[in-house]
Design a protein around this ligand. Structure first.
Ligand code: DLZ
Ligand code: SF4
Length: 515
């Protein structure tokens, strides 16, 4: 029974379930570059180049090392494919196929497309579980079923026990499950951030870069400086370099932002994990080993492992149990258009300017830039969650909807009303000033609360609370801030309202339909 084994662009793992028990002689593996995937949101140029290069490398490995028969469609072919469905149709027409086998995709949108194949093509379709994740959907639903609000911490503890990671019998190593309290150092020391992993683009990558420049020239970002790993061997080197050189400082400066230091002590392996070049357990075990070898402290190792074993699995569980409704949630009924500077970085607010500039350059920004600068601004100014999600999904090289949507809608925008996070991550300029050196180079004054040169975050923060009092007034974690607001003089409240109205009106004059 020859089968068509479809491997999607974020399924580039030898162990992917769609390739289990393959009949190398008779089965066909299909990997395809398609317009629909590159353009349903206009992905950053570097993201498309990374994925296409990784897909081309992976298909060559399957052909040469495994001797599989691979059908690979390029967007540079004379008849490029518009969608997965078209590519499957074409392959079915060219080969005798009795069955389609595919691993469940990372996005609800694509699952809906695949669900239609059996009827459309009249061939049985076997959609297999994506067992590269450490918690399957059944297990997650069992855990989350009767909980009104979900908190990652308890889920994470279960996962630590299940995989026996950083455990001392049935107790956590070091006597605590979570060392985050030690992970919030301000960036006030001298930094000597090691160079991030870099790999020269090879011929395959250079070809792909040319293709991207040709076909997607109007997408965000630049291709110059492309340095990502594009196969599993290189990705493993990037992981090893992180473990050897950065992990020890990862915890301490996890939330710090320094102008001109986009990579800091972060791992930058999310892009490899999320497309399958690295597996979660290999990253977790490498970090745990570094702790046992006294190479990195517990606060760093635990924090890193929590991101993968806890947070990553947790948000995926939420995505699949809550879709498709989750994508439409808009707790604050936020309607504002995304300002143009999210695309062109043209703003006098230095923290936003730097974060967008780096995003455009690297298809990457680290989690505090995403959450507390770009996300926080969108939250405070009430930007429509659908537009914010589309932006995050398109510009970050590691972003796929299963991970992007809960992080943006749930954590950054509180659009799910507190299902995922216990309070909105709203902050004024003081937080950004504490965690970064952006304010020194800003046209606004972070210590000023009102007036034309006051940091806009300072008044927007209060305006956000005031606007949403009916939704947040009963949230006990925000309650304190309402007490502070209520104690302000009427004159002060008036100034906050005036400054905010002026600022928000200027934002509305500055939207950009280009993307
Ligand atoms: C993100 C992306 C892009 C830009 N292009 C492709 C592509 O041409 N072919 C492909 O198989 N996958 C691509 N991807 C990743 C898919 O969008 C991803 O598999 C789905 O979002 C499901 O997670
Ligand atoms: Fe950002 Fe305000 Fe600091 Fe400027 S002063 S960098 S706008 S936080």
């Amino acid at each position: 029974m020859p089968a068509l084994r479809v491997v999607l662009g974020d399924q580039l793992s030898n162990e992917i379930s769609s390739l289990n028990n393959i009949d190398a002689e008779n089965d066909i593996v299909l990997i395809c570059e398609v317009f629909a995937e590159a353009t349903y949101v206009k992905h950053h140029k570097k993201k498309i180049a990374f994925l296409f290069s990784a897909m081309r490398h992976f298909s060559e490995e399957l052909r040469n090392k495994k001797k599989y028969q691979v059908e690979y469609f390029r967007l540079s072919d004379p008849e490029p494919m518009s969608s997965f469905t078209q590519a499957v149709e074409k392959t079915l027409a060219n080969h005798k196929i009795d069955e389609i086998i595919v691993t469940s995709p990372g996005e609800y949108r694509v699952l809906t497309e695949i669900n239609g194949w059996q009827e459309l093509f009249g061939v049985p379709v076997d959609i297999r579980e994506d067992d590269r994740f450490l918690c399957n959907q059944f297990e997650f639903r069992k855990w989350s079923k009767d909980r009104k609000n979900l908190r990652m911490e308890y889920f994470y503890r279960e996962m630590r026990k299940k995989y026996s990671i950083l455990m001392d019998g049935d107790q956590p190593v070091g006597g605590k499950w979570n060392f985050d309290i030690e992970n919030r150092k301000s960036p006030n020391s001298n930094f000597d951030v090691p160079e991030t992993f870099s790999s020269e683009p090879d011929k395959v990558t250079l070809d792909v870069m040319k293709l991207v420049e040709d076909k997607f020239s109007d997408h965000m970002g630049v291709l110059s400086g492309f340095h990502f790993a594009v196969n599993a061997t290189q990705a493993k080197l990037a992981l090893t370099q992180f473990i050897d050189e950065r992990l020890k400082y990862f915890g301490d400066f996890q939330d710090a932002m320094i102008q001109g230091e986009p990579w800091m002590y972060h791992s930058h392996i999310g892009l490899y994990l999320n497309c399958g070049l690295l597996s979660p357990l290999e990253c977790i075990q490498a970090a745990e080993q570094a702790y046992h070898d006294n190479h990195a402290p517990l606060n760093a190792v635990e924090g890193f492992i929590r991101q993968i074993l806890g947070w990553r699995e947790f948000v995926r569980g939420i995505y699949w149990s809550e879709m498709p409704d989750y994508a439409a949630l808009n707790f604050f009924e936020a309607k504002r258009e995304l300002p143009a500077f999210y695309w062109d970085a043209d703003t006098k607010m230095n923290c936003l300017h730097q974060s967008v500039k780096e995003t455009s350059q690297n298809a990457y920004a680290h989690h505090i830039q995403r959450l507390m600068v770009l996300g926080n601004f969108a939250l405070l100014t009430g930007i429509n969650p659908a537009q914010v999600n589309a932006w995050f999904l398109s510009v970050y090289v590691d972003a796929f909807e299963w991970v992007e949507l809960p992080n943006v809608s749930g954590m950054a925008l509180f659009a799910d009303g507190g299902y995922l996070a216990s309070k909105p991550y709203a902050a004024g300029g003081g937080y950004i000033n504490k965690m970064s050196n952006y304010c020194k180079g800003c046209s606004y004054n972070v210590t000023k609360k009102n007036g034309p040169d006051a940091c806009p975050f300072n008044y927007l923060y209060w305006d956000f609370l005031k606007r949403n009092r009916n939704k947040l007034g009963n949230n006990h974690r925000v309650g304190m801030m309402y007490k502070v607001y209520d104690r302000m003089s009427d004159e002060k409240k008036e100034l906050i309202a005036e400054d905010s109205d002026k600022f928000l009106a200027s934002l509305d004059d500055n939207t950009n339909p280009k993307h």
